[in-house]
Design a protein around this ligand. Structure first.
Ligand SMILES: NC(=O)C1=CN([C@@H]2O[C@H](COP(=O)(O)OP(=O)(O)OC[C@H]3O[C@@H](n4cnc5c(N)ncnc54)[C@H](O)[C@@H]3O)[C@@H](O)[C@H]2O)C=CC1
Ligand SMILES: O=C(O)CCC(=O)C(=O)O
Length: 446
């Protein structure tokens, strides 16, 4: 249910952003939580803070022409949505996937505003990408696409303006090609313009691992708040990309056993515990499908075209993509005794599934809190770039763990303050929103 003051705001968002279903979903989820904050602070409504937050400061859409290895010309569409810069330069990843369109980029950019605010670090919210499908493309094709993409994007980004990073389909390789082209076009060695860079040109230790490690740290805090830990727990992680791989690695270090992970072709089940080094070899080095895993790991099984959430577990960590865990999946997880869910991905759980978890008393950590470790470590990379410094792995991981504990504490305390103890969705949305809203009030009508 929406607060009466927020219903017209939501209707207006739907009317002015037609067909952008994922953006509507992300807006609704935040508006459903912030009613109590709007009651407490009438100045938010008077100054139309909510209407302003739902309207991006700037949206850039551009043509990306490139040539494949056979000389055929392709045209893709590139996007960058610079959503909110009240707290700092726009910050958020780039997604290369055929499903990308304005509605996906806007949902991700909107989520990013509140996630970045929750980290307590000086970063605004933005997101970008292209409807480019990297699957099956050669390294040279990826390079040419990235160069063409940056040939337009370079006009809009900068250390003090907008700082992109990776997301689905954009990892260290792509960030390298994007940075190379930025440097070439601008004739500036501006390390702080992108994060997720290789260590040899201004990257930060732990950024590769950060989103997954951070998610595991966040869920560890949720479990501890209930007198539990990962020790001896059976865990299921969807996806097998950057976030999933490093979530699995940290869960194993914390004493849990991940028994299943997936890609869009299906999932693998490995009762002994997923061999994370083997998944890294398959996904990061060979860029192959997950179906090859059982051939190299006796006892493991590949199950095609079924939901990974049918696998019984204590803890579920959806880490692939949006709306991948449905109401039916939630029902199966609850029936199998799942006690905690942490969103490694952005908005992977459908609204009915979130409601089911909350009604069943399952600890539910929303993505804007649970996966905030990636962008937080990007902000640490920006700090290192600005001071021409490079921190050790141990120090950076310790900072990440502290930040995730703070994010958890902020969500937990805010939920309790507003009379919704244990509701991390409300805690994350209200804490993130009020942080940005208060800054916007102080900045005047801009
Ligand atoms: N990379 C980062 O630092 C951050 C990523 N995220 C979010 O985490 C999620 C995953 O991103 P990355 O790991 O970076 O991307 P990635 O490109 O490294 O991996 C994505 C993985 O998801 C799998 N996948 C895609 N659709 C699927 C489906 N329908 N069913 C099962 N598997 C599917 C792919 O096969 C791939 O293994 C996304 O929602 C992203 O927005 C959130 C915070 C930070
Ligand atoms: O590191 C970043 O700037 C972006 C990470 C990201 O895209 C996300 O948090 O969803």
């Amino acid at each position: 249910m929406l607060h009466e003051r927020l219903e017209p705001v939501y209707e207006n968002v739907v009317r002015r952003n037609r067909g952008e279903d994922e953006f509507h979903q992300a807006v609704r989820e935040v508006l459903e939580s912030i009613g109590p904050a709007v009651d407490k602070h009438p100045e938010y409504a008077e100054q139309k803070i909510i209407e302003r937050i739902c309207e991006p400061e700037r949206q850039i859409v551009f043509r990306v022409p490139w040539e494949d290895d056979r000389g055929e010309v392709h045209i893709n569409r590139g996007f960058r949505v610079e959503f909110n810069s009240a707290l700092g330069p726009y910050k958020g990843g780039l997604r290369f996937h055929p499903s990308v369109y304005q509605g996906i980029v806007k949902f991700l950019g909107f989520e990013q505003i509140f996630k970045n605010a929750l980290t307590g670090l000086p970063i605004g919210g933005g997101k970008g990408g292209a409807d480019f499908d990297p699957k099956g493309r050669s390294d040279r094709e990826i390079m040419r696409f990235c160069q063409s993409f940056m040939t337009e994007l370079h006009r809009h980004v900068g250390e003090y303006t907008d700082v992109p990073a990776g997301d689905i389909g954009v990892g260290g390789r792509e960030i390298g090609y994007l940075f190379g082209q930025y440097k070439r076009i601008t004739n500036r060695y501006e390390s702080g313009v992108l994060t997720g860079k290789h260590l040899s040109f201004g990257g930060a230790r732990v950024r590769t691992e950060a989103t997954g490690y951070g998610c595991a740290f966040f869920v560890q805090e949720m479990l501890a708040a209930r007198g539990q830990s990962f020790d001896g727990k059976q865990v299921v992680v969807s996806g097998s990309g950057n976030v999933a791989i490093y979530t699995m690695e940290k869960v194993h270090q914390l004493g849990g056993t991940v028994v299943a992970c997936s890609d869009s072709s299906g999932y693998v089940f490995d009762e002994q515990g997923i061999d994370v080094e083997l998944i890294k070899q398959i996904k990061e080095v060979e860029r192959a499908r997950i179906g090859v895993y059982p051939g190299r790991r006796p006892g493991a099984k590949f199950i095609a075209a079924r939901s990974i959430w049918e696998v019984p577990c204590d803890v579920a960590l959806p880490s692939a993509t949006q709306n991948e865990l449905t109401g039916a999946d939630a029902a199966a997880l609850i029936a199998n005794g799942c006690i905690a869910v942490g969103e490694g991905a952005n908005m992977p759980t459908t609204p009915d599934a979130v409601r089911s978890f909350q009604e069943a008393g399952v600890a539910f950590g929303p993505g804007k809190a649970a996966n905030a470790g990636g962008v937080a470590t990007s902000a640490l990379e920006m700090q290192q770039n600005a001071s021409r410094d490079s921190w050790s792995f141990e120090f950076t991981e310790q900072r990440l763990e502290e930040i995730m504990k703070d994010v958890h504490a902020r969500c937990y305390a805010t939920a309790a303050e507003y009379g919704l103890p244990g509701n991390y969705v409300a805690g994350a949305n209200i804490a993130g929103f009020t942080n940005v809203a208060d800054a916007m009030l102080r900045l005047g009508l801009v």
